[in-house]
Design a protein around this ligand. Structure first.
Ligand SMILES: [Zn+2]
Length: 89
């Protein structure tokens, strides 16, 4: 997943400071950035806070053995943890 994370990082850097422009501006930047469509979709879902992390799945009642991050197995799997604070991802 390293390459996807790098491409997603590029998107996030381009999106920083665009929140004032609203969703339309973020959408425009996402679709103009030269990354594979799957990375654009991942960026859009990240922006909308729609990624199905284990923490969210458990909150919705999905059965899981645990909600820990699969990379480090130390912290709850949240978007913030996966994309920012996980030392293994
Ligand atoms: Zn982790």
């Amino acid at each position: 997943m390293g390459k996807v994370y790098t491409q997603l990082g590029l998107l996030i850097i381009r999106l920083q400071g665009t929140h004032d422009g609203g969703e339309n501006r973020v959408f425009e930047i996402l679709w103009k950035t030269r990354v594979p469509p799957k990375v654009q979709v991942l960026g859009w879902r990240l922006f909308l806070d729609k990624l199905p992390t284990k923490t969210k799945l458990l909150a919705r009642g999905t059965y899981l053995q645990h909600s820990l991050c699969e990379f480090c197995l130390e912290c709850e799997e949240t978007i913030e943890h996966l994309f920012i604070s996980c030392k293994e991802s």
